[in-house]
Design a protein around this ligand. Structure first.
Ligand code: NAD
Ligand code: UFG
Length: 337
């Protein structure tokens, strides 16, 4: 089976491509390297001991996409390509709508033109917004609080309408919770271009000496210890979920949104302690004001993922911290350091 992976050079994409190759899929990666390095794919080739095609270009470029589809003739697409920084999306909303929403429309048009019927889309738990109840299940109201989140919601709706209009089509919208961790080889991992916005890469950079200390955003939330609680999901488990979703899409028509998390929350201080244990490093930290837009608690209902995909997360927070530290300590400055 032939799978086109948009954004396959990125953090989640590179881990998923590795798993696809391991399972014998034919893969083509399309990426414009807006937020990634070609090095990631070179390392995937080493780990997989298999080659695959790579095309550099933008999902918004219809002529380029048509060329790729004509040459590769994919059976399915996993669509990771997109911009993901919440703060930047507030500064440059039109850029986010263009790349994430227009890019996805161009991709869907191209899929239909080339009779490619199956898509797995990277959505996010951010589509839920402030929790009306927990855990978030897939029927929770959708009310994202920033332009990035709205691009995910709009693309979900567009894919839903596309699948309704084309009965042969099959779409799986995966709503990721908080992806962290790295491949156990330590050769691929998360490599933020700027100062990390997210907790785990930030902690990893403090541990390796690139950053001085962690700022803990608020300690008076209504949680066990007052710090924010999230459902961290190991990127290897997340990659496995994509393979399960590709299999599901082969056998089913229509469109399903599915949460991908563990179902358990971990607070900032608990994560910090787990990382100190995994790395043997003391992580300097101080409490500062809450970050605007942050929610107190977020965790997933995971029963739909198990019922439909037969998938559930297997790795715990200790695995997430160990593999992150293995990656960060072996590559203190990431791919190009
Ligand atoms: P990433 O930035 O590492 O990967 C995205 C990849 O897409 C990068 O390689 C980038 O160069 C490429 N890309 C971006 N715009 C492109 C375009 N117009 N054309 C071609 N390539 C383009 O991010 P990631 O963490 O691997 O996330 C993958 C997907 O999952 C994204 O759509 C993201 O919004 C979504 N997601 C991520 C998280 C998270 O916390 N990491 C959570 C929920 C959802
Ligand atoms: N945090 C800190 N200090 C930091 C960074 C984060 O204390 O330097 C805290 C946050 O306040 C939060 C927790 O750590 O309580 C996790 O924060 P992240 O930024 O790692 O994750 P978020 O849940 O805030 O956001 C992530 C992605 C979003 C996505 C959202 C929901 O960054 O893109 O999950 O899926 F929309």
């Amino acid at each position: 089976m032939r799978v086109l992976v948009t954004g396959g050079a990125g953090y989640i994409g590179s881990h998923t491509v590795l798993k696809l190759l391991g399972q014998g899929y034919e893969v083509l990666v399309l990426d414009n390297y807006a937020n990634s390095s070609p090095q990631a794919l070179a390392r995937v080739k080493i780990l997989a001991q298999r080659g695959f095609d790579i095309r550099e270009g933008d999902v918004c470029d219809a002529a380029f996409l048509n060329d790729v589809f004509a040459d590769f003739r994919p059976d399915a697409v996993i669509h990771f390509a997109g911009l993901k920084a919440v703060g930047e999306s507030n500064q440059e909303p039109l850029h986010y709508y263009k790349k994430n929403v227009s890019g996805s429309i161009t991709l869907l048009e191209c899929m239909q033109a080339h009779d490619c019927r199956q898509i797995v889309f990277s959505s996010s738990a951010t589509v839920y917004g402030e929790a009306e109840y927990l855990p978030y299940d897939e029927a929770h109201p959708l009310q994202p609080t920033n332009p990035y989140g709205r691009t995910k919601l709009f693309v979900e709706e567009i894919i839903r309408d596309w699948a309704k209009s084309w009965p042969a089509a099959s779409a799986v919208l995966l709503r990721y919770f908080n992806p962290v961790g790295a491949d156990p080889s330590g050769l691929i991992g998360e490599d933020p271009r700027a100062i990390p916005n997210n907790l785990v890469p930030y902690i990893a950079q403090v541990a390796v000496g690139r950053l001085d200390h962690l700022n803990v955003f608020g300690d008076d939330y209504d949680t066990r210890d007052g710090t924010g609680e999230r459902d961290y999901i190991h990127v290897e488990d997340l990659a496995d979920a994509h393979l399960a979703a590709v299999r599901y899409a082969q056998d089913h028509k229509g469109c399903e949104a599915i949460n991908i998390g563990t179902g358990h929350g971990t607070t900032v201080l608990e994560l910090l302690a787990a990382f100190e244990e995994a790395s043997g490093k003391k992580i300097a930290h101080q409490t500062v004001a809450k970050r605007e837009g942050d929610v107190a608690r977020s965790f997933a209902s995971v029963s739909k993922a198990y019922d439909l995909l037969g998938w559930r997360a297997e790795r715990d927070v200790a695995d997430m911290c160990r593999s992150t530290w293995n990656w960060q300590s072996n590559n203190p400055f990431g791919y190009d350091g």
